[in-house]
Ligand binder design. Structure first.
Ligand SMILES: O=C[C@H](O)COP(=O)(O)O
Length: 247
């Protein structure tokens, strides 16, 4: 079955009202591939603002959330709150949440299950560190991260997986199309063996890690790369070329 290409932009902790207005204006004025699902990961405090600037063909995502609807969790944001301010998606398990803020696999998986239960779609991030790749542990690491998600996610319909090798994030050192395809094919096999052939065939797997206008077409041509999760380049006009990578 054809998997709809899905391109996420993860603005991370960047932007202000002026720059977000500029970026949204650029995106609104662009000719974009109608066959691409676009998800913009916005800092919590600007989700409502960005939502109001964008037509509904653009989905807005939180970049994290907590695992319960409300309560004494100072500083946290719930999926219900994300929905209330116009986000339909949430990015979870990003490598910065894992390796900068120390989020364990189990917590990320609980967040994913709760976000899905609350009606959000989830971009579930995984990826290995450089030393894990160099030690030949890439498949073991991503399998373990997927197994954690599989303990709590029972319906994968509203899940997109983002494979983001940590060593390619923000480094300008992109995985080669062959390296990325190899891991994506492994993930497809893992899904078929551990979840179902149907989920394996239908689930989108994004690649993330220094995607640019220059490298996106070759990456997009890989059979098991169904989109991108883009950081730095999503804040620039070249994000339009990345959205149109399949054109
Ligand atoms: O979520 C996006 C990834 O962290 C990739 O970021 P990057 O495109 O700046 O390497």
């Amino acid at each position: 079955m054809a998997r709809k290409f899905c391109v996420g932009g993860n603005w991370k902790m960047n932007g202000d009202k002026a720059s977000i207005t500029e970026l949204c204006k650029t995106l609104c004025g662009a000719t974009l591939d109608e066959n691409v699902e676009i998800v913009l990961g916005c800092p919590f405090v600007y989700i409502n603002f960005a939502r109001d600037l964008l037509p509904c063909k653009f989905n807005v995502a939180g970049q994290n959330c907590y695992k319960v609807p409300k309560g004494a969790f100072t500083g946290e944001v719930s999926p219900a709150m994300l929905k209330d301010v116009g986000a339909g998606w949430v990015i979870l398990g990003h490598s910065e949440r894992r390796h900068v803020f120390g989020e364990p696999d189990e917590l990320i998986a609980e967040k994913a299950a709760h976000a899905l239960a609350e009606g959000l779609k989830v971009i579930a991030c995984i990826g290995e560190k450089l030393e894990e790749r160099e030690a030949g542990k890439t498949e073991a690491v991503v399998a373990s991260q997927m197994a954690a998600y599989a303990k709590t996610i029972k319906d994968w319909t509203n899940v997109v997986v983002a494979y983001e090798p940590v060593w390619a994030i923000g480094t300008g050192k992109t995985a080669t199309p062959q390296q990325a395809q190899e891991v994506h094919a492994y993930l497809r096999k893992w899904l078929a063996e551990n979840i179902s052939k149907e989920v394996s065939d239908s689930l989108r797997i994004q690649y993330g890690g220094s995607v640019t206008a220059a490298n996106c077409k070759e990456l997009a041509a890989q059979p098991d790369i169904d989109g991108f999760l883009v950081g730095g380049a999503s804040l620039k006009p070249e994000f339009i070329d990345i959205i149109n990578a399949k054109k």
